[in-house]
Design a protein around this ligand. Structure first.
Ligand code: TUI
Length: 315
């Protein structure tokens, strides 16, 4: 299986299943568990200080000898430091989010690093392809955290038609059905975030995992649209207050101040009322905590069975 899949070959992994980079959540423990399970684990640099990220990059080499990735969040003030650490640690794969990755591609591609930007539009995918991206992650607005405006269904099909480099679909995928749907649209890999929050090896607070397991299809809400910075989270007191402040046209500086530290409060302290509980719309499908390897094998098995049987639906 997946012997001629371009993503599995490019990343040198068994299954074209990538773990979404989630700030505060995606550390060396989670990433190593996903990579050891046959997918691609990713450490999220987020706003991590250099010393902490350096430690995670040392740690993951002790936990796995499989390929792994580092995600650089381009909005972060620490993005440049993360870029230099990726070079120094010879990280095999770098994904980027929330911005234009030209500088990252120019710096890391000559070193042999596979750079895969997250994109949210066709124009952005075409641009990073011209800049030398090895593949793209097409992330629809069903995803958690910072999102674009286009759904996965519309985005993956249009990006797959527009660029020849392989496409990894993200946003709204948590099982084999999502994987087959993504492949039908032209993707050759999937990235899942919300499902991997509920991996046994994930160090996120147990309240966070429970919140996702208890969520349904209508549990998330998007705030920050008026700021040009939409973010999807599970509805709570924090999102309600944030939305009220936006409605009242509170200035950006105040909103930024209000939002500061809230993701950490959710992930590390388990504050489900006043924290920013970032999650995708697919949370309603996530039912239990399972080892990362079991998640990957279950999704791939479901997908393979469904892909074999799907012809019957046209009979
Ligand atoms: O980056 C993400 N998701 C994230 S980053 C994040 S950290 C955060 N913490 C606190 C508050 C807010 C964020 C949480 N979730 N996904 C990748 C992604 N990139 N989604 C959308 C984009 C994107 C959007 C517009 C990439 C480029 C872009 O435009 C490029 C341009 O044209 O400027």
């Amino acid at each position: 299986m997946f012997n001629s899949n371009r993503i599995a070959k490019l990343l040198n992994i068994r299954y074209p299943v990538i773990q979404g980079a989630m700030a505060w959540v995606a550390d060396a423990d989670l990433a190593a568990a996903v990579s050891n399970g046959g997918g691609l684990g990713i450490i999220a640099a987020g706003n991590m200080p250099s010393e902490a990220l350096d430690r995670e990059l040392v740690k993951i080499r002790k936990l796995t000898d499989k390929p792994f990735g580092l995600n650089i969040m381009l909005l972060s003030p620490t993005a440049q430091d993360a870029l230099e650490l990726a070079a120094r640690h010879s990280v095999p794969v770098v994904t980027t989010g929330a911005g234009l990755p030209g500088k990252v591609i120019d710096r890391l591609s000559p070193l042999g690093v596979t750079v895969i930007p997250v994109v949210a539009s066709v124009a952005h995918a075409e641009r990073v392809k011209r800049q030398g991206a090895a593949a793209v992650i097409a992330e629809g607005m069903e995803a958690g955290g910072h999102i674009g405006e286009i759904t996965t269904m519309a985005l993956v099909a249009q990006i797959s038609s527009a660029v020849e480099i392989p496409v990894i679909a993200a946003g709204g995928i948590a099982d084999g059905r999502g994987m087959v749907a993504a492949f039908a649209l032209g993707a050759e890999g999937v990235q899942m975030g919300t499902r991997f929050v509920c991996a046994a090896e994930c160090n996120a607070h147990e309240n966070f995992k429970k919140k996702i397991i208890d969520a349904n299809d209508r549990s998330t809400v998007v705030t920050g649209r008026t700021l040009g910075h939409p973010v999807r989270c599970i509805k709570n007191k924090f999102t309600q207050t944030f939305a009220e402040m936006e409605d009242a046209h509170v200035v950006i500086e105040e909103l930024d101040k209000f939002g500061s530290g809230k993701l950490r409060a959710a992930v590390v302290d388990g504050d489900m009322e006043h924290g920013s509980v970032m999650s995708g719309q697919i949370a309603g499908l996530v039912r239990k905590v399972q080892p990362a390897k079991e998640i990957i094998e279950e999704v791939v098995r479901e997908a393979a069975e469904l892909a074999g049987g799907i012809g019957g639906r046209f009979a």
